[in-house]
Write a protein that binds this ligand. Structure first.
Ligand code: ITT
Length: 193
């Protein structure tokens, strides 16, 4: 089995990526390699933060690894919360508070278009590669559903009439930003072998 480190401490993200990459890959999280640090995401781009997280693991732990960074980009809010999605309502990474603030800021907005964008940075030895995944959709007016995490209860992906939090994990992974970026990563691994 191929071992690869995914530089995250978010258990939901680990589950999603494990399901997409399948049983051929043993995907280890930060906790599994003894890293319980909250790696500072100091860049103002998703690309930059994904690279910081992957580089941190490679430099400090020596493993080839990949990291992702995701942002919810809302058209009527000029792309916010974007790279600051985790800290939109403050430094506490509180999903409920983030959603409350988002719904407040979207009150009365006619344009509800938004997208999730994920950038994955893979570092293998001296080489670095990036993969992107995007899903378009809309922000609804109140939370619906209890699956998933983060902003899932307020985001309806294009082609569906349910939020991400109302979809099964298979349905979400089939169309999601992270699903699409991870599918590109998986294709790269397959073509390499
Ligand atoms: P790591 O940095 O440890 O990987 P994180 O939770 O901080 O985990 P990200 O920086 O990639 O994850 O994502 C920023 C925020 O965007 C995250 O805290 C969620 O609020 C939101 N988010 C990311 N992916 C999401 C998804 O699939 N569905 C809903 N919200 C998501």
């Amino acid at each position: 089995m191929n071992k690869i480190v995914f530089a995250t401490n978010n258990a939901h993200k680990l589950d999603e990526v494990r399901a997409i990459l399948g049983e051929e890959y043993c995907v280890l999280g930060l906790h599994d390699i003894g890293c319980d640090e909250d790696i500072p995401e100091t860049s103002d781009t998703l690309d930059g933060n994904a690279e910081i997280k992957a580089r941190f693991v490679k430099d400090n732990y020596g493993y080839d690894c990949f990291a992702d960074d995701t942002g919810l980009e809302v058209e009527a809010l000029d792309g916010a919360p974007g790279v600051y999605s985790a800290r939109y309502a403050g430094p506490g990474h509180d999903s409920e508070a983030n959603m409350t603030l988002l719904l407040q800021n979207m009150k009365g907005k006619v344009n509800r278009s938004a997208r999730f964008r994920t950038v994955i940075c893979l570092i293998e030895g001296d080489s670095m590669k990036k993969f992107e995944g995007i899903v378009n959709g809309t922000i609804i007016e109140e939370r619906k559903g209890s699956n998933g995490f983060g902003y899932d209860p307020v985001f309806v992906p294009e082609g569906f009439d349910r939020t991400f939090a109302e979809l099964s994990s298979e349905e979400k992974n089939g169309v999601s930003h992270r699903g699409r970026a991870t599918a590109c990563l998986s294709e790269y691994f397959h073509n390499k072998n």
